[in-house]
Design a protein around this ligand. Structure first.
Ligand code: PLP
Length: 288
């Protein structure tokens, strides 16, 4: 399995894209992405040979780079890398292409970058049966992105150890996933997904001003709901809003929309038909 690697992207000149074998070593043990998690990433879903949300992913990649003072990623180079990664991987139903940009080897000032295509975990069972979620306090107020921008809330950084720890805590509590809340009681996001909820004809998601990622899947879900006559809004969401919702979903590129059927051991309402229609939309190209 070959995937393209972009070993150096100093943004001063267009870097050459090299195809490399991902089973052999490429990243230095001195790379700040490895030693400090100092870098950013995106995971892009490829289905039927197409990456339907690539524009939104590249836009978020650029905004994460800006938040970390990394060089601006050149979208043309990354598009080419994604296309090469897709074409050099054997055909599978759903492929993930991961883009990574790190601060590079300590002391060089030269970032390291690569794109890697890999088969993904199959979430189709979760999409049908739903998942059990626990709410965990993230420990930051809802306005942390404004008060403390150095905490990099809203950037998709390589520092996911906290997100993984939260998922292990969910496991210890007998749940499958987590919904983070702010220390002052607002619903935020999941460790690797956005939160969406339905109240009647309104579809809500917490606002990005609350220090969360701008989900590409959430945006595509809103297009689906708007086309069906729902009112879509990014608004502050509380725990009570979750408990009273007609449906709650975790949404992300690879899993698509997974219904949340239980919150802290209490059942939540869900809507299988709507979930199926939403996921059918999410697996299509935007122009289909
Ligand atoms: N929030 C967090 C913290 C994430 O890690 C992710 C995706 O990995 C998302 C939200 C959903 O983003 P997307 O729909 O673009 O995959």
């Amino acid at each position: 399995m070959n995937s393209p690697v972009l070993p150096r992207d100093d943004s001063s000149s267009r870097p050459a894209i090299e195809i490399a074998d991902p089973t052999t070593p490429h990243v230095s043990v001195l790379d700040l992405g490895v030693t400090r998690g100092d870098g950013i990433f995106e995971t892009i879903m490829v289905t039927r040979g197409d990456a339907p949300a690539i524009d939104a992913h590249l836009a978020r990649f650029a905004s994460s780079a800006a938040l970390l003072d990394l060089p601006e990623p050149d979208p043309a180079v990354w598009r080419e890398a994604v296309a090469l990664a897709m074409s050099s991987h054997p055909t599978v139903d759903v492929l993930a292409v991961k883009l990574v940009l790190t601060r590079g080897v300590e002391g060089t000032g030269v970032p390291t970058a690569w794109a890697l295509a890999m088969p993904t975990k199959d979430f189709s069972a979760d999409r049908e049966t739903g998942i059990r979620v626990v709410a965990l306090d993230r420990g930051y107020r809802h306005d942390v992105a404004q008060t403390s921008p150095w905490l990099l809330q809203g950037a998709k950084t390589l520092s996911y150890a906290i997100n993984s720890a939260a998922l292990r805590e969910a496991g210890r509590r007998g749940a499958d996933d987590v919904i983070f809340t702010s220390s002052d009681g607002f619903v935020l996001e999941a460790p690797t997904a956005s939160v969406l909820l339905r109240h009647g004809d309104r579809i809500l998601t917490p606002p990005t001003e609350h220090g969360i990622l701008h989900g590409t899947t959430q945006r595509r879900a809103f297009e689906f709901f708007a086309a069906r006559g729902y009112v879509t809004r990014a608004l502050p969401v509380t725990r009570i809003d979750l408990e009273r919702a007609d449906a709650v979903w975790l949404a992300s590129s690879i899993r698509q929309a997974v219904p949340v059927v239980e919150l802290d051991g209490r059942p939540l309402q869900h809507d299988l038909e709507l979930t199926r229609a939403l996921n059918a939309h999410l697996s299509l190209r935007d122009r289909d």
